[in-house]
Design a protein around this ligand. Structure first.
Ligand SMILES: Cc1cc2nc3c(=O)[nH]c(=O)nc-3n(C[C@H](O)[C@H](O)[C@H](O)COP(=O)(O)O)c2cc1C
Length: 215
């Protein structure tokens, strides 16, 4: 499980570290958001939403993109029962455990969640009682080329996350007709859409902070 290569371009520095202090998140006590795209393809519009979120993160918040969902084995209780889980599963669990919150972007495939994303949720819902997703604040966004903005997939993902024990924050955030909102490099440049992504991230950060204070 690795992170994506650093992007080039004017917003590249925001990718891994969303503020300009130069300090690591742990040093400055900042909040770490792990961003997970349900699309595996390089030119994903859903991943573009997460890149925008990294650029728009509030001060002190770091947004990092998780890569490698496609390398996870299909969930298999026999694999789960091994003394050591598959390395990609162990790495995924660690990344989620280390994060204060998750931001998931899902495309819609045949009216629901892509298989790779559901597979990741299934792994992260285990083992029962010590699942990486248990109590984790999570917000969901989604993009589609059509008029609905992956609403069904987002609804399903939110439901599945709830069953898996996550704390789902906010509502669906459908980004419809997404192609018109990107520049030639595939970056989300539409100001209204960027504002909605920023608001969703702020909601997640505020929710995660409140839960942390209450704990
Ligand atoms: C197998 C498959 C099924 C799809 N089903 C839907 C669908 O039910 N609803 C929808 O709005 N788009 C559907 N699409 C189109 C996706 O929304 C589109 O490919 C989108 O760009 C994928 O997101 P990405 O750009 O992040 O990869 C489907 C695409 C594929 C490959």
């Amino acid at each position: 499980m690795t992170t994506s290569p650093e992007p080039s371009g004017p917003h590249a520095s925001a990718w891994r570290q969303a503020d300009a202090t130069g300090a690591e998140p742990a040093e400055r006590g900042g909040l770490r958001v792990l961003a997970v795209s349900g699309s595996l393809r390089r030119g994903s519009t859903n991943t573009a939403l997460l890149r925008a979120a990294a650029e728009l993160a509030p001060p002190g918040t770091t947004v990092e993109l998780l890569d490698g969902l496609g390398e996870l084995p299909h969930f298999d209780a026999d694999l789960e029962a091994l003394d050591a889980p598959p390395p990609t599963v162990a790495a995924l669990r660690r990344r989620v455990e280390e994060a204060d919150a998750l931001l998931l972007a899902t495309p819609e495939y045949n009216g629901s969640i892509p298989g790779a994303l559901k597979n990741a949720v299934d792994w992260l819902s285990r083992p029962r009682g010590a699942a990486a997703l248990a109590g984790k604040p999570v917000a969901v966004v989604g993009a589609s080329p059509g008029q609905y903005g992956a609403m069904w997939a987002q609804g399903d993902l939110r439901r599945v996350l709830g069953v898996a024990g996550a704390r789902v924050i906010g509502d669906e955030l459908p980004v419809a007709r997404v192609s018109a909102l990107l520049d030639e490099d595939g970056a989300l440049v539409d100001e209204a859409a960027r504002g909605r992504i920023a608001a969703q991230l702020r909601l997640l950060v505020d929710g995660a902070t409140a839960l942390d204070v209450a704990a």
